[in-house]
Design a protein around this ligand. Structure first.
Ligand SMILES: [Zn+2]
Length: 243
């Protein structure tokens, strides 16, 4: 792993209790706090351009189907072929301000896109006179006639992100998410066809941004997300021959 690029986020980790089936070298389920479930749910808020960008910007970049090629083509495209030059950033770095603002509260935020808001230079007075709002795009004309080109930030509030704070969850290898209770654990084990409890072993893994990014990538095509994304990484399983 490239130490310099990930250094700022490297210290941020969350721990995950993992129930493994030692016999079959598979993750059965993980026990997670709302912090981790919020990270999984945040994958759904990401535009496709953001997913491709994050996965291509890793120290060891990956290719997702043909969508990475499409992304690279837009990257190379000369601006004269676009309606306006800023459409390039709209495609390569698409914005979703509402969820980006929400995702800044994540314990571990793999999406480095910061939500941006713009106001005009005399916003304080024109907010009163013209009832002007802020804009999520730069250089939109304000009600007063000036361009909204001054960037502002909002404070991040504390508190939960998507799910309620105190709940613990069970998450299966194919990302079924259930609030934890003895009954749901047993039902899940039964559904997964686990009969021999002696082959089960609990282990705790520490998830940093590198692992979270792997989870995102693997969740796009795998039905055994934790097994494929984490076990090899933590040396708990020998690497599969890929490609
Ligand atoms: Zn204004």
């Amino acid at each position: 792993m490239n130490q310099s690029t990930m250094a700022s986020q490297e210290s941020q980790t969350i721990s995950l209790k993992v129930l493994m089936d030692k016999e079959n070298n598979k993750v059965v389920m993980v026990e997670a706090d709302s912090d981790f479930v919020d990270i999984l749910f945040s994958f759904l808020t990401m535009p496709m351009g953001t997913i491709v960008r994050l996965i291509s910007n890793q120290p060891e970049p990956d290719i997702i189907g043909s969508i990475t090629t499409l992304y690279k083509q837009v990257e190379k495209l000369q601006e004269q072929f676009l309606q306006t030059p800023d459409f390039k950033s709209m495609l390569l770095d698409p914005r979703n301000n509402r969820s980006e603002t929400q995702c800044r509260r994540l314990e571990l935020n793999i999406n480095d896109t910061k939500p941006k808001y713009y106001i005009c230079s005399n916003w304080n007075s024109c907010r009163r006179s013209y009832n002007s709002q802020y804009s999520t795009c730069k250089n939109v004309r304000c009600n007063c006639g000036n361009m909204m080109d001054k960037e502002i930030c909002f404070e991040i509030e504390d508190g939960g992100v998507f799910v309620c704070g105190m709940t613990k969850f069970m998450v299966t290898d194919d990302l079924q998410v259930e609030p934890m209770s003895p009954a749901t654990s047993l039902t899940l084990l039964h559904k997964l066809g686990i009969k021999d409890m002696s082959s089960l072993q609990e282990t705790t893994l520490s998830i940093g941004s590198e692992e979270a990014l792997r989870l995102l990538k693997v969740s796009l095509f795998s039905k055994s997300v934790f097994t494929d994304a984490l076990l090899v990484n933590f040396g708990l399983k020998s690497p599969k021959q890929e490609k």
